[in-house]
Ligand binder design. Structure first.
Ligand code: 1AE
Length: 409
């Protein structure tokens, strides 16, 4: 009789190991513990709990450190509850500390997936809230937030909003603090958003950083909403995927959640250890309910290889996963001169996101946003950035590319 399973794909490096034996050790060791020593009657009872090796594909050379195998193991659903902590501890709990092994991917049974509503808004929902359907979105990140008071933050917000951005997010290092407490921060920033909208006619979402002890997060989120918040930022990896899942599943938290990747570097960059970027920052973020998922780009200051980056994007929008898509937000060190590369790689379903690339604009913060919007418009119209920058009215873009340069795809 076949049972529902979730499968894990690992890459295991070892110069000498018998990889088939290693795979069997994982499948048995992480499920029933031991198999051959069991009496026949017990084997029959335990069969439904037994992990199975699906495949072992060996690769690499004879040079030391290059021999590896990709191992796929199926884990019976009956062994774990329908939550990510249970699945992650099953497939990569103790194993994550046992030699050079990296978790590359997870595939979930339909029954396991049924416990996950995924993002409440996703790409379409976020676009719907903003009323923008025909271009990539633009997000601006607050910079210089610690030690600033409310009037200062409000002014920064207003200038960002005047630049034509669609979203503004808190910096991830802005926590609950006496100068700009959550409720007052939301009230001040949303007031600035209304003031800017009266001038620009443009709606925007403000993703306020949801912080503090886990037990208070849901009530803080509801307080933010009651104060007028229309989006949240959340440092998912510091809290765990299950916390995002709880927040995203709460019917009263009915605003988009942007997932920040802080701490992800502790998990994905090694070829030998941790969890792959597409799984960590793509599939799991989406399953747990991220409406927008931030991750490093291949072009900016914190760099992820392009192939890996596109695999993160693919996981966020893969139609095979039966939940809404998450907006890909390649980030860190982005400036207007990189827009053609971002749009080449991500198409239109992307949020262009910048902090320093907006606030550091020589003509000021509002011009920083305008330069990005001009770069996006030019690229969508197949106009090169230097050509667009030479046009009347595009001084902001001209100054940006004079400052930071530009890249042609
Ligand atoms: C990968 C996350 C990027 C981020 O949160 C951030 O603050 C970027 O700032 P800039 O654009 O590098 O200044």
């Amino acid at each position: 009789m076949s049972h529902a399973v979730c499968t894990a794909t690992y890459r295991c490096y070892d110069d000498k190991a018998d990889f088939n034996k290693k795979a069997l050790g994982i499948a048995v060791g992480l499920t029933v513990g031991s198999w051959t020593d069991l009496p026949e009657a017990r084997k029959a009872e335990m069969e439904k709990h037994l992990g199975r090796v699906v495949s072992v594909v060996e690769s690499g050379g004879t040079e030391p450190g290059t021999r590896y195998a990709d191992i796929v193991v199926a884990y019976p659903d009956v062994n774990f509850s329908r939550d990510l902590p249970a699945l992650l501890v099953t497939v990569f709990g103790k194993l994550s500390m046992d030699g050079r092994i990296k978790l590359l991917d997870l595939d979930f049974s339909a029954d396991f997936l049924s416990a996950f509503p995924g993002p409440k808004f996703g790409i379409e929902g976020v676009r719907g809230l903003l009323g923008v359907h025909d271009r990539p979105l633009l997000m601006s990140i607050f910079k210089s937030v610690i030690g600033h008071d409310l009037p200062n933050l409000r002014e920064q917000f207003y200038k960002q909003a005047l630049g034509g951005v669609d979203l503004i997010k808190d910096d991830e290092i802005l926590f609950e603090n006496p100068l700009t407490p959550l409720q007052k921060r939301v009230e001040a920033c949303m007031e600035a958003a209304r003031q800017a909208e009266a001038e620009t006619g443009q709606k925007l979402l403000y993703a306020v950083n949801l912080t503090g002890p886990t037990s208070k997060l849901a009530s803080q989120a509801k307080l933010a909403i009651a104060s007028g918040a229309n989006a949240l930022l959340f440092n998912v990896l510091a809290y765990g995927f299950d916390v995002l899942h709880e927040l995203a599943s709460d019917p009263e938290i009915n605003i988009p959640i942007a997932a920040h990747p802080a701490m992800a570097g502790a998990f994905y960059p090694s070829p030998h250890y941790g969890i792959s970027a597409p799984l960590l920052l793509g599939k799991l973020m989406r399953l747990a309910g991220a409406d927008l998922a931030l991750f490093p780009s291949p072009y900016g200051s914190v760099v992820m290889p392009r192939e890996e980056n596109l695999a993160v994007q693919a996981a966020l929008i893969d139609p095979a996963l039966p939940v809404r898509t998450s907006f890909p937000v390649p980030s860190a060190g982005i400036h207007p001169g990189l827009v053609p590369l971002i749009l080449r790689d991500f198409g239109s379903e992307v949020v262009v996101n910048a902090g320093g690339g907006i606030h550091g604009h020589p003509m000021g913060t509002a011009a920083g946003g305008q330069a990005f919007r001009q770069a996006i418009e030019a690229t969508l119209n197949n106009v090169s950035l230097p050509e667009a920058a030479a046009k009347p009215g595009n001084e902001a873009l001209r100054t940006a590319i004079d400052s930071w340069g530009y890249k042609t795809p």
